[in-house]
Design a protein around this ligand. Structure first.
Ligand code: DLL
Length: 449
């Protein structure tokens, strides 16, 4: 790890990660044709859509014309629940994973042995890019189960040849014990749990930066650069972002490396990425768009042009890096998370950036979009003060003013005592809630009133 901090970490798979982009494009073109042929042979929903679009063979499609091909959405997976858009015989499926989903409707994804091998490969690359090696001890504090976080990192860590510590999420005391006893250098969990662990360490009297951890690979939920700073200070490590979704594979679709300049390298030899606008037209690099993925090599539930709902910008490879993969920005938001408050579009991550830029504020917050009176939507925000000495009313007014100034929306900010905003120990943090009807205040939101 120490060497990794000065020189770019070595490529785990130089042919895949470091080849010339033109060479990779040829491979992607070939794999796209094979994907289309697989879908046509499976003769399901995607085959019907391809035939309606005039595609009768993989040889008919070109990457340059991808934007003309049909897309698939989460709704298609829900409509085909529980096996989704399975493209192989059920006996070829070796495991299922999935997501409970923001709206509470589950999505299940079948994986073949081929898919699991791809997953291990892209995750090993992601871990390697973060500086992990065969000597690393990786504490995996993502949940193990249907959720892909724990298992995905686990596959990659073993493929890399590192020592994987499969803690799963929660049981914080035991996590602290393992940190002290086994001296892991890599921590993998959600960013909100990283903060939780950091606070727990501090409560035990451990000074930030005095432990063994060198790098953290955090994802599965939105977090901003401001939250990164807080995590790095609390845990004394380098915090990197990892992105993925179960429909495509899970973690490992894209991940920051130590040398990727704050952007995430997309494993685009397996997951071809496009960014499109609300009308479905491709957007230029650097312009925010919805990410659309095609799983070029997967076999269990291969997807052509899956609309992720996630908004980010795309860019070319980082200059000077041996990694030649295209990169995506940190997620800017989700299509369905965008708040439209009195005509102004706001992503919760923008609110977070304003709040956490203020040093008097702690990292925990809750945003409630109050639409009980549809004509008068209100944004209510609860944040914790970092110290008891703060005048909470004045600070709340100042934060409201900062939000109005930066985002053009007014909102009611309530500054509350540290430890009051609900924490997430297991699973994804719920920092945005929607309140559409009823006067009764759910318990989680008492803090706002
Ligand atoms: O969250 C896979 C994952 C596990 C990624 C562990 C990273 C680490 P799902 O449960 O299917 O899969 O949820 C996918 O989570 O469409 C995004 O909206 C969100 N998401 C995932 N990673 C990030 C991230 C996993 N780094 C959905 N930043 C995605 C922001 C993320 N949001």
């Amino acid at each position: 790890m120490t060497a990794a901090e000065s020189a770019p970490p070595a490529l785990v798979d130089p042919d895949a990660e470091g080849c010339q982009p033109e060479q990779r494009r040829e491979l992607q073109q070939q794999r796209l044709g094979e994907l289309v042929d697989r879908l046509l042979r499976a003769d399901g929903l995607q085959a019907q859509r391809l035939r309606s679009a005039g595609v009768g063979s993989g040889a008919d499609v070109s990457l340059d014309d991808l934007a003309k091909l049909p897309t698939v959405t989460k709704q298609d997976l829900w409509d085909n629940y529980p096996w989704g858009l399975l493209a192989v015989r059920q006996q070829d499926v070796v495991c299922l994973h999935g997501s409970s989903g923001t709206s509470g409707r589950p999505t299940l994804v079948p994986y073949t042995a081929v898919d699991v091998a791809i997953w291990a490969e892209v995750m090993a690359r992601a871990l390697g890019g973060a500086g992990a090696t065969r000597s690393s001890v990786i504490q995996v504090a993502y949940g193990y189960g249907l959720f892909t976080g724990g298992q995905g990192i686990h596959h990659g860590g073993m493929r890399l040849g590192a020592t994987v510590l499969p803690m799963s999420a929660g049981m914080t005391e035991r996590q602290l014990r393992m940190l002290a006893d086994l001296h892991p250098d890599v921590l993998c969990c959600t960013p909100s749990y990283a903060i939780y662990l950091g606070e727990a360490l501090r409560a035990e009297g451990v000074e930030p930066g005095t432990g063994s951890l060198k790098v953290g690979i955090f994802g599965a939920e939105p977090w901003t650069a401001a939250m990164r700073d807080q995590i790095e200070t609390l845990l004394g490590l380098r915090a990197l972002d990892i992105y993925g979704l179960s429909e495509i594979i899970g973690p490992g679709v894209a991940c920051e490396s130590l040398d990727s300049d704050g952007q995430l390298n997309v494993a685009e030899d397996h997951f071809y990425v496009e960014a499109i606008d609300a009308e479905g037209h491709p957007v230029r690099d650097g312009t925010p768009g919805e990410l659309v993925f095609s799983t070029l090599t997967k076999t269990g539930m291969p997807l052509l042009r899956y609309r992720s709902g996630d908004i980010a910008t795309l860019s070319g490879p980082a200059s000077g890096s041996p990694r030649t993969l295209r990169r995506m920005s940190k997620l800017l938001g989700r299509r369905d998370d965008m708040l439209v408050i009195r005509g102004v579009n706001v992503f919760p991550t923008e609110i977070e950036a304003v709040l956490l830029a203020d040093e008097r504020i702690g990292p925990h917050y809750l945003i409630v979009e109050d639409r009980r009176v549809p004509a008068r939507p209100e944004l209510r925000v609860a944040v914790e003060s970092a110290s008891a000495a703060v005048d909470t009313v004045t600070l709340g007014d100042q934060l409201s003013a900062a939000l109005r100034e930066r985002l053009g929306v007014g909102c009611q900010v309530r500054v509350v005592a540290a430890g009051t905003v609900p924490r997430t120990e297991v699973g994804k943090a719920r920092r945005l809630e929607r309140w559409t009807e009823g006067d009764a205040v759910p318990e989680r939101w008492q803090v706002l009133l």
